[in-house]
Design a binder for this molecule. Structure first.
Ligand SMILES: [Zn+2]
Length: 404
């Protein structure tokens, strides 16, 4: 099978396999690695000795003997490298710094000065990166890069944000190059929905899933990303995954993308608030009817009332969940992913909504053309996207490791 791959490529591939195995299964013995990768113990030892010499891997004790000497176990050297991940939203810039095992060692957030335009936002972001690295006193030379994720559309190859509707008048912004120039660290820019899915594949429940689809459900938008064997399926010019703009109601309201009845016009904070306030104005019974200004009702109030059993709020959320489940079912029918992961503020902050969506999705699993309906909530909640940015940085670093 590997006949026409040259030995250089094969060694690089073995290195990835070995390193990835240690990362996912540590502590790991050379024998386990060899068995997993279909390699000889000698070939594994040859590569792991170089990983040890480079300080990327460390010996972490002895395992059980299977006859003879007890094997030395290997693990990732947590403090040999660090990565920075940032989730940029219209509201805030959330930053996390992790060690080489993707354990968070520092986190902070700052309000996004959205009205002051992209130059000011990126200057503040760069400042935040540099001061955070200083604050925890790690060696800046050990920082392998900065990952930034934000709303789509974007061009991940060139690291450019492409006029997302929620960032009014920003136009195309070269986020990757700007942060690279201002901080001196290699940077990556990608969609937040890609980050959310990658975090789950690299560090969460989708570990080992051959195919997974991530939904990112925020107050004003629904994003998506399909992962196949851990790789993001990009489609032509990176356009794949935009599940929020699949049409679920041809007679629906106009969407920011120009179409009508897109999923994200129906799974949407403003729409939900409108529905509840209209109900209140029509005199429907609700605990929120005591509120003075029906037009000033908030998402938080609706979620809280629904959690406490309020029928008006529950019915409105039920309808929103039904639309989201149509989107989930469409994805399950099209791609049959092993796992569908739900993340984003609407899921992480509001347990009642997350619960009804998962329940409703699971009721659909007997449909003939839906072979798998394994819907789960994300693992990292408010840090999901920032950790996804970390996954993008680590992935790029792992691919580029050279030992000779
Ligand atoms: Zn749309």
């Amino acid at each position: 099978m590997l006949g026409n791959i040259n030995s250089e490529t094969m060694r690089a591939t073995n290195l990835q396999v070995i390193f990835d195995y240690i990362r996912r299964n540590e502590p790991a013995s050379r024998r386990d690695i060899a068995e997993f990768g279909g390699l000889t113990v000698a070939a594994v030892s040859n590569i792991t000795s170089k990983l040890l010499a480079n300080g990327l891997v460390v010996e972490v004790g002895a395992g059980e003997s299977v006859g003879g000497r007890r094997p030395t176990l290997l693990g990732i050297n947590a403090d040999c490298r660090y990565a920075v991940g940032i989730d940029l939203t219209t509201k805030q810039m959330k930053l996390v710094i992790t060690n080489f095992k993707a354990q968070i060692i520092y986190e902070c957030a700052r309000e996004t000065p959205l009205d002051r335009g992209p130059d000011v936002v990126l200057a503040e972001m760069a400042h935040m990166i540099k001061t955070s690295i200083q604050a925890i006193g790690i060696d800046p030379q050990k920082v392998i890069g900065v990952g930034i994720v934000s709303a789509g559309p974007c061009d991940p190859e060139r690291g450019i944000m492409q006029s997302p509707p929620n960032f009014p008048d920003w136009g195309d912004v070269p986020i990757r190059d700007s942060i690279q120039e201002q901080t001196g660290y290699p940077a990556i820019f990608d969609k937040d929905s890609v980050g959310a899915a990658m975090a789950e594949y690299w560090f969460g429940k989708a570990d080992g899933c051959r195919s997974a689809f991530g939904f990112l459900i925020n107050r004003a938008g629904v994003g998506g990303a399909l992962l196949v064997d851990g790789e993001v399926f990009r489609g032509f010019r990176g356009g794949a995954g935009e599940v929020g703009h699949t049409i679920v109601d041809i007679h629906g309201a106009k969407c920011s993308c120009g179409n009508y009845g897109c999923l994200e016009t129906l799974v949407n904070e403003q729409r939900l608030i409108r529905e509840v306030s209209t109900g209140l104005k029509m005199g429907q019974k609700s605990t929120l009817s005591v509120v003075e200004d029906y037009d000033a009702i908030t998402l938080k109030q609706i979620m809280q009332a629904a959690g406490e059993g309020d029928t008006l709020c529950r019915d409105a959320l039920d309808r929103m969940a039904d639309y989201l489940v149509v989107g989930i079912r469409n994805i399950a029918t099209l791609f049959s992913p092993e796992m569908i992961v739900l993340s984003g503020g609407m899921i992480s902050k509001y347990a009642y909504f997350a619960k009804i969506v998962v329940e409703k999705a699971k009721q659909r699993q007997r449909e003939k053309f839906v072979k798998c309906m394994n819907v789960v909530e994300c693992s990292f909640h408010e840090n999901q996207c920032a950790l996804g940015a970390i996954a993008l940085v680590l992935e790029k670093f792992y691919r580029s490791i050279q030992l000779d």
